[in-house]
Ligand binder design. Structure first.
Ligand code: BJW
Length: 313
């Protein structure tokens, strides 16, 4: 890519050859070239909502139907998207180097679908496809649920146009009919984006949303980490163990993240304190991690989908 200077590419490649312990932090920009919108900046809107304003327990409690429509749309889009060359390049580097771990803030499942070795992939913010009960007293959860839509009422219009009869019960069929009516301005037979601003967002009753099969009392929710919630304890522990275990960290890759969200962003300075040189891959030269760039760091400006496979080659 024209954005990479030959000198930077050469010094990075030379350094990479001698690296043993490598850490990567991934953000939404990695999946931008797979067509998935990021959270901040251009594309950070779902309909009229700021995407980050919906990613809170308060938003879910206030309007679970709205928040479920946001996540149902994101599940659908993620399933339709394909991993890009950067996801594959990172998976390949993991296979070559068992002392390389990746901390992903992404919940879209694209690294897993690019066959990233699971034991080297730590999901800091959970997954859109893990589902858990919201009831404080219930511990129900299930992973890798790719049902789309997860309940009929959450179908987007292109799905309700040709409903799969096997997934629709009576209540669900009624619910999906009402969604279809609510979105009747959409062009029949086309893949209609639920983010289309002309269509009103249907009001969904809690009864139409995913229900817990165990306690039969709580609503289910996506197994992602919302603002104010703790990151998965076992994941944090595994990352800490890796940090503490070995010799110094040689390299920290920071790919497609605005580095605004904690504690994820804090790993960059932690790796730096352990000796790591940092390589940032981002479209925006202002989105630098922690203390910014040091002498000996790299900044590769541009599309991660192009740059990451180029520099890891
Ligand atoms: C490209 C590109 C291309 C585009 N190629 N690049 C310390 C200080 C201040 C606040 C806190 C703190 N510690 C904790 C907090 C509170 C809070 C926080 O960080 N707030 C800040 C925003 C101020 N953190 C938390 O609440 C965390 N929990 C926690 O700390 O618990 C303990 C605690 C609780 C309460 C108080 C104190 C402690 C939880 C954070 C959970 C974040 N969850 C979300 C939603 C997940 C579910 C979902 O997907 O809906 O995670 S928010 C959202 O942001 C999502 C992302 O993973 C995360 C990071 O965003 P990311 O990936 O960086 O995306 P963008 O859009 O921001 O950036 C995209 C980048 O790509 C840009 O730079 C583009 O330029 C670039 N780009 N196209 C390359 N093609």
């Amino acid at each position: 890519s024209a954005a990479i200077s030959a000198a930077d590419l050469q010094s990075f490649s030379e350094y990479l050859k001698g690296c043993k312990r490598i850490l990567a932090l991934l953000g939404a920009g990695l999946s931008a070239s797979s067509g998935l919108p990021t959270f901040r900046g251009a594309g950070g809107l779902w309909r009229s909502y700021d995407a980050t304003s919906l990613a809170t327990p308060g938003a879910f409690n206030a309007n679970p139907g709205l928040v479920w429509q946001f996540y149902s749309y994101r599940r659908h889009m993620a399933l339709k998207a394909e991993p890009n060359r950067a996801h594959y390049a990172l998976a390949e580097l993991s296979r070559r180097n068992k002392d390389f771990i990746t901390l992903s803030q992404n919940v879209d499942g694209l690294s897993q679908r690019a066959h990233h070795p699971p034991e080297q992939l730590h999901l800091l913010h959970g997954s859109l496809f893990d589902i858990k009960c919201t009831s404080f007293y219930c511990n129900y959860s299930r992973d890798n649920d790719f049902t789309d839509p997860i309940v009929p009422a959450l179908a987007i219009p292109s799905q309700t146009a040709h409903p799969d009869p096997s997934t629709i019960d009576k209540t669900g069929a009624e619910a999906s009919q009402s969604l279809q009516n609510a979105l009747s301005q959409s062009r029949a037979g086309h893949e209609v984006d639920i983010s289309d601003q002309r269509n009103p967002i249907p009001d969904l009753a809690p009864a139409d949303l995913p229900q817990c099969p165990k306690c039969k009392n709580g609503l289910l929710r996506p197994g992602v980490v919302w603002f104010g919630e703790s990151l998965p304890a076992d994941t944090l522990r595994a990352v800490d163990n890796w940090m503490e275990a070995g010799p110094p960290v040689d390299l920290m890759l920071v790919i497609g993240t605005s580095s605004r969200v904690w504690p994820a962003a804090g790993y960059v300075d932690e790796a730096r304190d352990k000796g790591a040189r940092v390589a940032v891959i981002n479209m925006d030269p202002d989105d630098l991690p922690g203390r910014g760039l040091d002498h000996g760091d790299w900044f590769f400006q541009g599309d991660a989908g192009v740059i990451v496979p180029e520099i890891l080659k």
